[in-house]
Design a binder for this molecule. Structure first.
Ligand SMILES: *Cc1c(COP(=O)(O)O)cnc(C)c1O
Length: 423
């Protein structure tokens, strides 16, 4: 491996076709932001569309539902259409609505139909806690004991899942499968196509949580035949804290009755007939429940413009270059410091790098003190996400240099090895 230098990081930045997008974002002062996989940064375009919608409220009052730059009544559908290319869905298969966890509840309520001996839900032991809480509560709602009915596929090494282990667990008693697309800790991308095929062959509905994959990696949910998916928009999609989530329903399920009903799931033309018999939309729109959170959807409109302009394949290509460069620098600069790389180093890595170290919590504090924003994941993980639209190769260079100094000088020792409330 050739030795990397600051000059070569700067040369990579000069060659970078996406470099101009950095100036579209507000980068916190004197900061190298490496946490876009937890909360993406605000862009000027997202700020503009948020102001547009405040303006339509200010100037139009209730008429903002049907007038103004972005009439609120059609916004969830329109933002859904813009997200469709990011998940490989048809426009009609995607809707902007709810949050990750509420969308999961909606989808499980729809797709989990225990029947005879087919009563179990298949998940994995590395999934994000909220998903597991939701699945357990759904089992309880139906009168099943989560201890016996939630099957969590084991990881052999605590970091990764083997697709074949998951497929082996797709037994006759499984009624539903819910898995992450990208694991939030290790960043492993599961082979969604292979898993979908195996589930389809066994007639078990399968859905994926795209929180860590949307906006970072490509998907072909429609072509794969995936039944459903759900995600948030505040990580790689830069929609802002608590921005409205999204979901995908395969076209083959149009016409199915959503488990949780509400008037915003109605056909647009008949919603205001105010009948007590619901006339559900014939596409993903049917999975909405109540009035959309318009002001939390507003920044997503502007943010998605950039994803549309650049295209997800160019974003993925740069993301792989950034994380690849980071992995090479880790090898070059941090040898002998007891770090372990906890993410796949091949093409099955998502948008972030996971460095494991027994002092991770306080190393993160030392990084923050030095202007680098990482993300600590208990018990020993430092997540670093160089984001294609706003991070540079020079950011990656300085991050690893600062980490090296922190380790050389044991600067982390002045902090307690304990996480903060939000970490
Ligand atoms: C971020 C994240 C969530 C968060 O769920 P919310 O309902 O948006 O709070 C859930 N699952 C995964 C895998 C996540 O990464």
């Amino acid at each position: 491996m050739t030795q990397h230098t600051l000059v070569d990081a700067q040369e990579r930045d000069r060659q970078d076709k996406l470099a101009s997008y950095r100036s579209e974002f507000y980068i916190p002062a004197n900061t190298i932001y490496m946490d876009g996989n937890s909360l993406g940064l605000l862009s000027k375009r997202a700020e503009r569309t948020l102001h547009d919608l405040l303006d339509s409220w200010k100037t139009l009052g209730i008429d903002g539902w049907t007038e103004g730059a972005h009439p609120w009544f059609y916004l969830s559908e329109q933002v859904g259409e813009k997200m469709a290319p990011l998940v490989g869905g048809l426009k009609s298969e995607v809707i902007a609505t709810g949050s990750t966890t509420t969308n999961l509840h909606q989808l499980v309520s729809t797709f989990y139909k225990p029947d005879g001996d087919k009563t179990k839900i298949l998940a994995d032991e590395l999934n994000f806690p909220s998903d597991i809480y939701a699945l357990k509560s759904q089992l309880q709602q139906k009168g099943y004991d989560p201890d016996t009915h939630l099957i969590r596929v084991k990881s052999r090494d605590g970091r990764y899942l083997l697709e074949d282990d998951i497929i082996d667990a797709m037994t006759d008693d499984v009624a539903l499968i819910v898995l992450p697309a990208v694991l939030y800790r290790s960043g492993q991308i599961l082979d969604m196509e292979k898993l979908t095929k195996a589930a389809n062959e066994r007639n078990i509905p399968i859905g994926f949580d795209l929180c860590h994959s949307i906006g970072a990696v490509e998907h072909s949910l429609h072509d794969w035949g995936t039944d459903f998916a759900f995600w948030c928009t505040y990580k790689h999609l830069n929609g802002g804290p608590g921005s409205v989530g999204g979901l995908f329903i395969h076209e083959q399920h149009f016409g199915k009755v959503p488990g949780l009903a509400g008037w915003f799931g109605s056909k647009k033309e008949t919603q205001f007939d105010m009948e007590h018999t619901m006339d559900p939309a014939l596409d993903a729109g049917a999975y909405q429940i109540g009035t959309p959170h318009v002001l939390s959807l507003a920044p997503v409109i502007g943010s998605l413009e950039m994803f549309e302009e650049v295209g997800i394949s160019a974003i993925r290509a740069k993301s792989l270059e950034l994380t690849g460069y980071m992995l090479e620098l880790i090898e070059q600069e941090l040898g002998g410091m007891d770090f372990t790389i906890g993410n796949p180093v091949d093409g099955t890595r998502g948008g972030h790098v996971l460095l494991e170290h027994k002092e991770a919590a306080r190393i993160c504090k030392a990084l923050k003190e030095d202007g680098v924003i990482p993300d600590f994941r208990t018990p020993n993980g430092i997540r670093l996400a160089p984001v294609a639209l706003y991070n540079t190769f020079e950011d990656v260079w300085h991050t690893i240099q600062k980490l090296k100094v922190i380790m050389d000088e044991k600067r982390y020792e002045k902090f307690e090895n304990k996480r903060g409330v939000v970490a």
